[in-house]
Every structure is written in structure tokens, then in C-alpha cells.
Write a protein that binds this ligand. Structure first.
Ligand code: PXP
Length: 250
């Protein structure tokens, strides 16, 4: 059985810090505690408006972490230059709109194919593993492969909304999309990650899919940490993922 990695996104520790200025709570300390709780990697999104993670957070995460850093970034010249300078383990390319509250969907790599060729080549030349955050569709998997990206991260947000609305038909539809894309993507040679909106209520059916190698989870874990502590929140997620992957009911 292939193991399932957990990447913890620490953006919203920085959101709370920035609400008051100053240095507390520290996203780098949160990263260390997440690793203690069972995270295999840390994700941070340096947004254009720096609303949560800041440049110095990325530099410190890169300098201090023993686990891989996944740098989430929009495809802009500024972010490409920061990635090339910082050389994180991985860079996950995401769409970014200033007005959005969070990333609203996958990157349109079919429509923007030509524009992605050079950025992907530059990141690869810098030794960075490129991941594309995309919708779970078959043609999107083929395009990612043709673009030479080794990894795709499937957007699970629509599935998670279906679970939140308690809509069984939509849940089945969205899970089938994710399952089909994961299995096709893996078959053609992509490494499959997934994320967005995952929590303890909805994570199991996604974690159970054998082709998925990594889940990236942020908002739920940072919110849950208020009640149980970050290390415990990560431990509980890790346990739910492992149980689902092993086919054990919880
Ligand atoms: N993966 C990607 C590409 C994202 O943009 C985000 C949100 O920043 C996540 C995963 C984590 O989503 P959430 O915070 O909803 O767990």
C-alpha cells in the first residue's frame, strides 16, 4: 500500500498574527509543531498582497525545516524570482485573484497552456518540483503531463462543499471526478496530490483513493488547533487519513 503524506498549510497562523501585527503566533513554530504531530511537509502561500505569509516567513521556513517546503505561488514574475532564489522543495502553481477570500478553483492549464511553458521550465531548471493545482478532469491530467509537470494537486473544494451541503448526488459526482482524474493521472505518470477544504468529516473518501500520494490541508487544522492544539489536530487528521487508506472504518 502506498503511503499517504500530509502537508500542513500554515497560512492562517500568519493570518491571526497579522490581525494584530507583531510576531505572535509564529507560522514557523506552527510548522515545527505540525511536524511533531505527523506532518510530512509544510505548505505556505505567499500571496501577491502578503495578507498572511510574508517573504521572511518563507525564508525562515526554508532555513529551519527538515521536511519539504511546498511553496504555493501565483504564476507571476515576482513569485518566480522568489522561488528561484529560495529553492523550496516544491512549488505549487495556483490561480490568484486579489478579491478572493481563498483560492477559488484550479488553475486553467488547458486555456493557459502556452503561458505556463516557460515558468514550469524555469522552476524545473532551479531544481524545484512543480505541482499544478487543477480541477480533477481527464484532459487537465493530459495537459499537465504534456507541460512536463511531475505533480498535480487536485482541487477538492467542490467535493467538500457538496459534503457541507449534505448533497449525496453531488458528493458522489464530485468523488467520481476525483477518482477518475486520480487514476488517469497516475496511469500516465503524474504524482497525484489533493487539497482544499478538507476536514475530519470529509477527508476519508479522498484519503482512501490509492493513487493519491499527498493531501494538503490548512484552514481546518489551524482552526481546530484553537480547541485541541495544533499537534493534536494534526495527529487526529493523520490518524483519519491512515485509517481510511488502510480501509479501516472509523
Ligand atoms: N492546496 C492549495 C493549492 C490551496 O490553495 C489551499 C488553500 O490555500 C490548500 C491546499 C489548503 O486548503 P484549506 O486551507 O482549505 O485546507
Amino acid at each position: 500500500m502506498k503511503s499517504l503524506r500530509l502537508g500542513v498549510n500554515v497560512d492562517h497562523v500568519a493570518t491571526v498574527r497579522n490581525a494584530r501585527g507583531g510576531i505572535h503566533p509564529d507560522p514557523v513554530l506552527a510548522a515545527h509543531l505540525s511536524v511533531r504531530g505527523g506532518a510530512d511537509g509544510i505548505t505556505a502561500h505567499l500571496r501577491e498582497d502578503r495578507r498572511h505569509i510574508r517573504d521572511e516567513d518563507i525564508a525562515r521556513l526554508k532555513a529551519e525545516l527538515a521536511v519539504p517546503l511546498n511553496f504555493e505561488m501565483a504564476v507571476t514574475e515576482e513569485m518566480l524570482a522568489i522561488a528561484e532564489r529560495t529553492r523550496p522543495h516544491a512549488a505549487c502553481l495556483v490561480p490568484e485573484k486579489r478579491e478572493e477570500r481563498t483560492t477559488e478553483g484550479g488553475l486553467d492549464i488547458v486555456g493557459n497552456r502556452e503561458r505556463l511553458v516557460e515558468p514550469i521550465a524555469r522552476l524545473k531548471a532551479a531544481g524545484i518540483r512543480v505541482s499544478l493545482f487543477v480541477e480533477p478532469e481527464l484532459d487537465v491530467m493530459d495537459t499537465a503531463m504534456a507541460l512536463g509537470a511531475p505533480v498535480v494537486e487536485l482541487h477538492t473544494g467542490t467535493y467538500c462543499e457538496a459534503v457541507a451541503h449534505g448533497d449525496p448526488a453531488a458528493i458522489a459526482h464530485e468523488l467520481a471526478r476525483i477518482r477518475r482524474a486520480a487514476s488517469h493521472g497516475a496511469l500516465i505518470g503524474l504524482e497525484i496530490h489533493a487539497g482544499h477544504g478538507l476536514n475530519l468529516e470529509n477527508v476519508r473518501p479522498v484519503a482512501a483513493l490509492p493513487e493519491i500520494a499527498e493531501l494538503n490541508i490548512g484552514h481546518f487544522l489551524i482552526g481546530e488547533a484553537i480547541f485541541v492544539g495544533l499537534e493534536n489536530a494534526v495527529k487526529a487528521m493523520r490518524a483519519a487519513m491512515d485509517e481510511a487508506r488502510a480501509g479501516r472504518p472509523t
